[in-house]
Design a protein around this ligand. Structure first.
Ligand SMILES: [Cu+2]
Length: 147
């Protein structure tokens, strides 16, 4: 009798767990930032670089059309290229985030260029960065300052 009850309980737990999972995937209507961080820089640095991965697990194509942060005067998305072995950075005006794909901001490809910090950003602090989507929504991200 008691072993029968245990099996029923397990089934119920599994049922609620799958409900929880589907609720989670329903909630994901925006691309997300994964492993988002800013490289710590000595005081007085004018520019800091931010790295992360955009994951668009939705079925919609998105574009990032603007980036800003209350902690910086200006934020730009930069594409890195190496013409003739020299590193060059070009501003990305609009970043496409195709449905079901990831776009990495990592060394040698792209980075977030955070210009003119308004206050000190010690290691361990968090920086709020807002990414405006082409549908009018905003992705509110937190980037960790670390080395
Ligand atoms: Cu740059």
């Amino acid at each position: 009798m008691s072993s029968f009850a245990t099996i029923t309980n397990k089934r119920l737990t599994g049922f609620f767990f799958s409900l929880l999972l589907s609720a989670n995937s329903w909630a994901q209507t925006q691309p997300e930032l994964v492993d988002a961080w800013i490289t710590a820089a000595p005081p007085g640095s004018r520019n800091l670089a931010g790295y992360f991965i955009f994951e668009n697990k939705t079925t919609n194509n998105f574009k990032i059309i603007k980036v800003k942060s209350p902690a910086f005067e200006k934020v730009e998305m930069h594409q890195v290229s190496f013409p003739n072995g020299m590193m060059r950075m070009t501003e990305i005006e609009e970043l496409a985030l195709p449905a079901g794909q990831t776009v990495a901001f990592e060394t040698g490809t792209r980075h977030l260029m955070l210009i003119g910090p308004k206050h000190a950003l010690p290691i361990g602090s968090k920086v709020k960065v807002d990414f405006s989507l082409n549908n009018g929504e905003i992705i509110n991200a937190q980037l960790d300052v670390r080395r």
